[in-house]
Write a protein that binds this ligand. Sequence first.
Ligand code: APR
Length: 169
Amino acid sequence: MVIELIQGDITTLAVDAIVNAANSSLLGGGGVDGAIHAAGGSEILEACKQIKGGCPVGGAVITTAGKLNAKKVIHTVGPQWGKEDNEEEKLANCYINCLKLARKHDLHRIAFPNISTGVYHFPKEKAAEIAIKSVKKHIKPGQEVFFVCFDDENYRIYKRELQAHTDQA
Ligand code: APR
C-alpha cells in the first residue's frame, strides 16, 4: 500500500485511473473536470453520455480515459459545501467508492484531485483530513494512491496532514 503526494496537473499522469471531480450530470464543467475532458478528448464525454441518470453525490462511475496516459477515468461527484446535508460523509464516500470501483476493475494506481475544494468550496483543511483518513482506512494491499494537488495551499495542507498521520502511525 502506497500513498504519495504530487503537485501538478492530474491529466498528465500515466496511472491506472485518474479521478475526476465531476458534477451529477457528468457532462463536463470547469476546473479539473474541464482539464480532463480537454486533454482526454470527446471520447470521454461520449462515454459519460451513455451513463443514464448521471452520478449521485458521493458515487463513482468509470469511463475510458480517451487520449490521456491513464487507462481509465473514474468520475465522482463531491458535495457542494453549505448546499446539502452530511457533506463530510458524502466526501468520504467519494474516496471510498472510487477505491472500490478501481479494485473491481483491477486498477491499482489511482490519482485523486482535491475533490470539492474548488468551485464546490469545501474547506480545504477539512477536505484533506477526510481524504487522507478515508484512503488510509480503505486502501487495500496492491493499491497505490496519489493525492494530486494543483494549488500551493492544498499541497501545503496535504504535506502537513500526511506527515501528521505518519507520525501517529
Ligand atoms: N489537476 C489537478 N487538480 C486540479 C486541476 C488539474 N488539472 N485543475 C484544478 N484542480 C484542482 C483545484 O485546484 C481544486 O483544488 O481540483 C480541485 C477541485 O476543484 P474543482 O475542479 O473546481 O472541483 P470541485 O470543487 O469538486 O467542483 C466540481 O466543478 O467544474 C465543475 O463539473 C465540475 O461542477 C463540477 C464542479
